[in-house]
Structure formats: structure tokens, C-alpha cells
Design a protein around this ligand. Structure first.
Ligand SMILES: C[S@@+](CC[C@H](N)C(=O)[O-])C[C@H]1O[C@@H](n2cnc3c(N)ncnc32)[C@H](O)[C@@H]1O
Length: 439
């Protein structure tokens, strides 16, 4: 049922949007969650990777972000009613499926609609008056999501329905194979950024226009643009293939090229870009490459740790923030750090209980994703100064030698994080204990 309201000339109603007294439920909670800055990498920066539910964590940062964000991209779950797994490699050969995130939304479509509607209102609050939002959906969710976007932004703010077309994978014998996702683009206000020249596509080699241009009947000559033709609303971009360098184990990872295109066309250098459903952090990586500032939210521990790892590889400056209430205590982690002059090595890493004991013989040490060393500030925030993938050796840097305390951080492939402080005695680190604490 649709009816008029004062904010937009169109409204979508679902069970739960209004309370028993016909009052519209408050979309953004009054009590935002408390966020803690856990780690800083590469010096001061406004860029943030936030572990937390996007509604509570986004509301916590709303005071700062309100009206400041030029572009928001969201790739929410698609209401598929199933849980997604990530395939990890164990001991260099075997694979295991581990939980990544859940896409189940209680009874009926209403809970999914209500969840997304609340986030869209939060997103609208964050946008600048000339900001815009790209919402990624599939063919099942797109009708409902378009209704929600019309409800929150108004049908007049609709800019495009972009078809992201890809190939690969199986082919159906019963219906046309589904080889596209839909991305809706809406503006907050009457004006928006559109830098079409930033994403021109080379002319097809067969195009006569590309070679010599065309002359209209009126005699006006159109010459080809040196960068190619303006992109239209069907984008042919391959999915991230299993062998691609950018590929992570995160199940619904989107291609960097797709995000680079969105960011390049709808924001300027130095603008703030937000992703409320960051997954493996593709938006943050693309924004980093294109010199935009970014704030991304994700509630899966695995997603956040993959995003953090990708950002470290990218050499990004950013802060990692946690909604502390989300963190459950992890198994006990034990480690020995061995130091030889200027190198340190992570030895005998073990977890109790062993996380994969019942399904295989993987040793905990092979489950280390990366580890690092840094200094701990008075607020408990770690300033990471060097890190290494797997459990490879680290260089002990001169400035760390001059500190009284250093701190080691370890991540495993499930996205869990442990820390332990070491006291310095001369050039050597002395650990109070081999037990590392969950952070
Ligand atoms: C389709 S995936 C996004 C994938 C991402 N675009 C990428 O390239 O990796 C959707 C993500 O939204 C996250 N998510 C779902 N509900 C959330 C919430 N309320 N707050 C924060 N993240 C949420 C899920 O954990 C999942 O990682």
C-alpha cells in the first residue's frame, strides 16, 4: 500500500514501520554504541574501518559525518535467507569453510525492509546536499529496494538504474542465466557530482566514429574524444575471478574496478566516501587508491580483518574502531616471540582449544593471518609500526628500541585479534606472559 507523507510524495509501508498507535518508529536509535579506537596505522588520518552494526556505529559517528559525506555505496545482504561461508586455506593445501556473515532476516520480508530503510535514512543524514548514494541489489531485491529509495530520497532524486553485467559461472537450462546485478543511484538534492570524463570508455575498434568522427546533416562536425565514449548505464566488468590478485576469501567481494568507477564519477579527490556494508573493504581500497577519504562499517569480524589486511598491503593510513560490545572472548592464544638482533619471529603460536581440531589436523600456527608490532597509547590504542603476513619475521625498528614498552598484535584467519605487551630491557623484549589477550 502506498500513501502520501510530508517528506516525500511516495511512501512504502510494511508491517513494523508504524507502532500500535500509528506513530512511525524512530529510524535511528537514540543511544548510539560506544566506539573504541583500537589501532592506528601510518599516522594521523580521518579514514576509519569500523567493526560494528552500521546503525549503532553509524549513529555514533553521525555528529561528525552529518552533511559531510559526498558519496555512499552500499552492498547490503540480498535477503537470501542463508549464511555465507568463506573458504580458507589451512596448512597451505587443505581448505575449510568458515562462517563469514548471515543473510537471514527473521519472519517475512518486513524485517529486511525495515533494516534497510533505517540505514537509508542514516545514509541520507550523512550526505552533503550534492551527495549521492549507490545501492547494489540483485533481481529479487531490486523492486523493494527501489521502493525504499523512493520513500527515503523521493522518486525525483532517482538518477540511474545501472546494470552491472558480468560473465562466467554456470548457465541455466530453464531460464535466462542471471548475469547482472542492479545498482540504483539516487541524489540527496537537486544537484550532484557527475564526472563522466573520469570514466570514459575506449571506442570500439570497429567504430567509424572513433576513426574520423561524424558530420551531422546540418554540417556540424563531431570529433572523437581522446579518452573514448561516455559510459552508459550498462557496465561490463568481470567478477573477481578466483586467480585475480585482488581476490580474498570473502564470499561476496565486489571488483575494485566497479568501485573505482563509482567513486571516480560521483566524488572528487579529498571527499568523504562511506560504505555501511563494507564486507572485505573493497570501497575503502578503491577510495584509498583514488585519494578520497573514507569511513566504512562492517559487523563481521572476518570481513573487518580481511579489509584491514588489504588496507595494510595498500599502505593506507587509517584507524580501526570497534564497538566493544560485539567482541566475544576468543580462545586463549599462546605465543613465544623470539628475537635475534634486529629481527623478531613469532614461534609456537597455539590456541586453546584448537579451532579446527575436530575437522582436521591444522596447527594453530598455520592459522595466523598476520602479526605486527607497535606502541600502545594511553587510551589503549595501538599505533602499528610494522607488520608481516602469515607468521613471517619482522624487523625490529630503531624507534621501537628506544621505547620502554612495545606491543605485539596477532590476527588469525578467522579475524580474531590478540595483543600482549613486552617490557624493554636494553635491546630485548621481555614478555610478562606468553598468554595473549583478545582485543
Ligand atoms: C554483500 S556483503 C558486502 C561485500 C562488499 N561489497 C565487498 O566487496 O566485500 C554485505 C556485508 O554487509 C555486512 N552487514 C550486514 N548487516 C550489517 C550491519 N547491520 N552492519 C554492518 N554490516 C552489516 C555483512 O556482514 C556483509 O559483510
Amino acid at each position: 500500500m502506498a500513501r502520501r507523507n510530508r517528506e516525500a510524495p511516495f511512501e512504502v509501508i510494511w508491517e513494523g514501520k508504524y507502532d500500535g498507535k500509528c506513530r512511525r518508529r524512530r529510524p535511528v536509535p537514540q543511544q548510539p554504541v560506544r566506539l573504541r579506537s583500537v589501532e592506528r596505522t601510518g599516522g594521523p588520518s580521518p579514514n576509519r574501518l569500523v567493526l560494528g552494526d552500521n546503525l549503532g556505529a553509524g549513529s555514533a559517528l553521525l555528529g561528525e559525518l552529518r552533511g559531510k559525506v559526498r558519496l555512499i555505496y552500499i552492498d547490503p545482504p540480498f535477503n537470501l535467507g542463508r549464511d555465507f561461508q568463506a573458504r580458507i586455506e589451512v596448512d597451505g593445501y587443505a581448505t575449510r569453510d568458515i562462517p563469514a556473515y548471515s543473510d537471514t532476516w527473521g519472519p517475512g520480508e518486513e524485517s529486511f525492509a525495515h533494516m534497510l530503510w533505517q540505514r537509508l535514512i542514516l545514509a541520507r543524514e550523512m550526505l552533503t546536499s550534492d551527495g549521492s548514494i549507490f545501492v547494489h541489489c540483485n533481481d529479487h531485491t531490486s523492486p523493494m529496494i527501489r521502493g525504499l529509495l523512493d520513500d527515503v530520497f523521493g522518486p525525483k532524486r532517482f538518477l540511474n538504474e545501472i546494470i552491472w553485467h558480468y560473465t562466467g559461472g554456470g548457465r541455466s537450462r530453464n531460464v535466462f542465466s542471471n548475469k547482472h546485478d542492479t545498482i540504483f543511484w539516487y541524489a540527496k538534492g537537486p544537484r550532484n557530482i557527475f564526472r563522466i570524463d573520469a570514466i570514459r570508455e575506449p571506442y570500439k575498434p570497429t567504430s567509424g566514429y572513433a576513426k574520423s568522427g561524424i558530420v551531422s546533416r546540418a554540417g556540424k562536425r563531431y570529433v572523437p574524444h581522446p579518452d573514448g565514449t561516455p559510459a552508459d548505464d550498462v557496465w561490463d566488468i568481470p567478477m573477481v575471478n578466483p586467480m585475480a590478485g585482488e581476490r580474498t576469501c570473502y564470499p561476496t567481494q565486489k571488483p575494485l574496478r566497479l568501485l573505482e568507477r563509482i567513486i571516480a564519477v560521483a566524488s572528487n579527490e579529498g571527499d568523504v566516501v562511506v560504505d555501511l556494508f563494507a564486507g572485505s573493504g573493497t570501497t575503502a581500497i578503491a577510495a584509498e587508491k583514488l585519494r578520497r577519504n573514507w569511513v566504512v562499517f562492517e559487523r563481521s569480524l572476518l570481513g573487518v580483518s580481511i579489509a584491514r589486511h588489504r588496507l595494510l598491503v595498500e599502505g593506507a593510513r587509517f584507524a580501526l574502531m570497534h564497538d566493544a560490545s560485539l567482541l566475544r572472548s576468543s580462545p586463549k592464544a599462546l605465543a613465544n616471540i623470539e628475537q635475534q638482533n634486529d629481527t623478531i619471529a613469532l614461534r609456537d603460536f597455539s590456541m586453546s582449544p584448537e579451532p579446527l581440531k575436530r575437522t582436521g589436523n591444522a596447527r594453530s600456527a598455520s592459522l595466523v593471518s598476520n602479526w605486527g608490532i607497535g606502541l600502545r597509547g594511553s587510551e589503549g590504542e595501538l599505533t602499528l609500526s610494522s607488520w608481516a603476513p602469515d607468521n613471517q619475521q619482522l624487523i625490529f625498528k630503531t624507534h621501537q628500541k628506544h621505547q620502554s614498552f612495545v606491543r605485539i598484535v596477532i590476527y588469525d584467519v578467522f579475524g580474531r585479534r590478540w595483543e600482549q605487551t613486552a617490557k624493554k630491557q636494553g635491546n630485548f623484549m621481555v614478555f610478562e606472559s606468553t598468554v595473549f589477550a583478545t582485543v
